[in-house]
Design a protein around this ligand. Sequence first.
Ligand code: AGP
Length: 604
Amino acid sequence: MCGIVGYVGRGEALPFLLEGLRRLEYRGYDSAGVAVYHDGEMRLTKTAGRLEALERKLVEHPSAGTVGIGHTRWATHGRPTEENAHPHTDCRGTLAAVHNGIIENFAELRRRLSAAGHVFRSETDTEVLCHLVEEAYAGDLAAAVRRAARELVGSYAAAFLSLAEPHRLVAIRQDSPLVVGLGEGENYLASDIPAILARTRRAVILEDRQVAVVRADGVEVTDLEGRVLGLQVFQVPWDLAQAEKGGLPTFMLKEIREQPRVLRETLRGRIEGERVVLGELEPLLAGVRKLHLVACGTAYHAGLVGKQLIEGLARLPVEVDYSSEFRYRNPILEPGTLCVAVSQSGETADTLAALREARRQGLPTLAVTNVVGSTLDREAARVLHTRAGPEIAVASTKAYTTQLAVMTLLALHLAQARGTLPAAQAAELVRSMVDLPSWADRVLDGEEAAAQVGRVLAAHRDVFFIGRGLDHALAMEGQLKLKEISYIHAEAYAAGELKHGPLALIEEGVPVVALATQPDLAEKLASNVQEVRARGGRIYAVAREGDERLANLADQTMLLPAAPAPLMPILGAIPLQLVAYHAALQRGCDVDKPRNLAKSVTVE
Ligand code: AGP
C-alpha cells in the first residue's frame, strides 16, 4: 500500500510531486522517490525512510523538469530500502514506473522476463511492470501498458514515464485507487484526492481496467482495448483546508474535534421530524430478513455496535465478520440476507474482496463508506456515505463516530419500517439524534479529564478495557485506539467474562478502563469493577452524568451527557480517542503515523 503522484505541465514538476506525496504519506511512509524528466534525461532520486529524507536529498541534488512521477511506499515485497524504493526502471533506465498494489503473479513473470534477458535490480513486484512494458513497447507507451496489463494478476495503480515519449504520463488502474486532477495547462495523477486539492478540485476517477494518457494540454482515457472513453469529470466537494490540520498539532486532534460538525453533516437530510429517511436504500431493504456486516479494524467495531442496535431496535438478526475471515470460512448466506460492507476508505482490500464474494453469491450489497468515488462506493449496489470529510490520521476517529451514526440511523429506519418499537419510543430516539452534535461538543469540553487519564496510562505496559453490551463493543474500539498509537498493550473484555480468566492478570496498580454508558447494565458492571478493585486494579471510568454508581468506585471518571442508551457509543468513543491521543503524546509517539501501520490497507 503506497501513494503515487504524477505531474505534466508548464511548471516545475517537483513542487507538486513533493506536496502531493506529503498528503499521501498516510498511505505509507517507509521510503520515497521521484523521477523527473528534463532535456532528454530522466533523473531518479529515492531514499529509504520518510519523505523528509527525500527532500533533503533533493536539496543537495535538485531535479528540474516539467514532467515527473513520485511515490511514497509501505513495503509489501522487499524490505524498505533505497533499492526497493520506487520509481523502478526498465533495463535501459529509459522507462520509470511507480505502483500501488500487489502483482500477485510477479514471481512467475520475473522468472520469464529474467530468462528473456531482463535484469532486475530490486526485490519488488513493481519492477516486473517496467520490464513487461519495455518488452511490449513498439512506439506507443499507452499501447504497451495495455498489452502488459493482459499478463498481470493482482492490484495496481501505476504511472509510467518514458524517455521515448517524455511529454506525457501513462497510468492504469486495477483494484487500487487513482485519480487524474485536471488543471490549467497542467494535469496531475494521484492515489487520492487530498494530493491534488491544492491545485484543482476537478478530477477524473479512473475505473478498473482503464488507461489514462496525461499531457499538459489534455487527458485521454481508454479501455484495455484502446477504445477512447468519455471523461467523467468529478467536482471534488472538499477544499484544501478540510484536508489539512486547521492549525492544530496533529491531524488526529483536528479530526477528533471535528466530530460535532461531521456528525451534523452525516445526519443532514436523513431525519425528517420523527422519522429517519434513507431514500438511498429504497427498495433495497424490502424483503431483507438478515444482515451480514463485513469490515476491518475500527470499521469492524462499528459493525459490532451496528449488530446490537439493529438486533435490539429492529429485531433483525445480524452477523458481523472480519472481512479477512468472511471469504475463507464459507459463511451460510441465506436468501434475504443483505451484505453491508463498512469502510472509511472504501479501498480496504479485504473488505472489497468480501463484498465481491457476497455479490458472487447473489447477495444484495450496501456500502457504508466515507470516500465518494472509492471502489467500494462504486461496486456496492447502494451506499450510505458517512460524510466525515478526509480522515488523514491513521487512527480512525471521526470516521468511526459517523459510522456509528449511520448504523444508528439504519437501525432506527429498519425499526420504523418494521414497527418493532413503540412509535413514541422510536420517535423520541429519532428526535434525540438531532442533539448528538451538541452532546459531542460537551464531551469535547471534558478533554482535560481524558488527557489526565491518558497521561497516567502512558506509564503502564498493559491496560484493560471492560464493558457490557454496547459498552463491550466500545471497549474493543478503545483498546485498539490506545494500542495502535501509543504502543501500549491493551485488551478489551466483556466485563462478565473477567472472572473466567482475565482476572488473573489484575494485580496492584493495573489500570482498567471501565465503560458504563448503558444504564440497564450499570449495576452489573459495578460488581465487575468491585472484583477488579478487590485485586488492587485502578479504575478509570467513562460514565453518564447523574449516574454515581461507578463514579464512586473509580479512581477517576470521565463524564458523558446522559443521552439515550443507543446513542451512548458515539459519545463514549470520544473520551477513549482522547485518552489514547494523550497517552501517545506523553510517550512521544508519532500520533498521526504510528509505526508499521498505514491508513488505507489496499493489500490482503
Ligand atoms: C483504525 O484506527 C485503523 N487504523 C484501522 O483499523 C482501520 O479502521 C481499518 O484498516 C479499516 O479501514 P477502512 O475503514 O478504511 O476499511
